[in-house]
Design a protein. Sequence first.
Length: 246
Amino acid sequence: MPKRFVVVASRFSDLPRFPAGLELAEALTEAAQRLHETSTPDSTLNTAVRLAVGLVPGADHAGISVIERGNRRSTLAWTDDVVRAAEEDGDPGAGHRPYWHRLWTAPVAEVEDSENGDGENGDGDDALAELGLRSALSLRLRADRRRLTVLTAYARKPRAFDETALRIGRLFTAHVGIALDSATVREQLTEAMRTRDLIGQATGILMERLDIDAAGAFDSLVRASQRENVKLRDLARRIVDPHSTS
């Protein structure tokens, strides 16, 4: 018989719990439904970290952060304050999170034991250990040349994340990425409707500048907004008024 995956329920009473013994496909389906019920990117991220604790075996806490070149990191969503302390502790340029660097070339990075320094590639992490966090499993959500969006699960036990946790984590982050893209597009379309006059002017300028039709110009505007992480309205204003400071 094929191996059945069992999802471990969260020990936190205020976080979503998946019933013990629930099959992986059913658990991921339920998680995907909850993610797609969110209305904004922020609510998608907040829902994702809460679901991660209930879904990824071994996880006690979770956070989602953006990592920029130079090891600068900002936390977007977190289950509790220990996550913020873990992800924003210390000098962001000092490189005190060596496992972060691997995420530029690999979809996953792990600290197996922060206290003993014998995790993946021998990495330890004194700051994590001081917070009582012995294991960390980081998975990429989005990536481009300048920044990464990363979901990290933390555990109070060493070597908390096995191959099952890794597999479930990667499947889950795929769902989070799709839901986040959908929420971003919905938010941008809503913003576009509210500012259709400004968007229309910017679209007209791009049509003339790039010699493309209206649909192509609007699509170019949306893609540039996503790539530069700039609101559609602000990007349109910059196109209409190049001297604008917004």
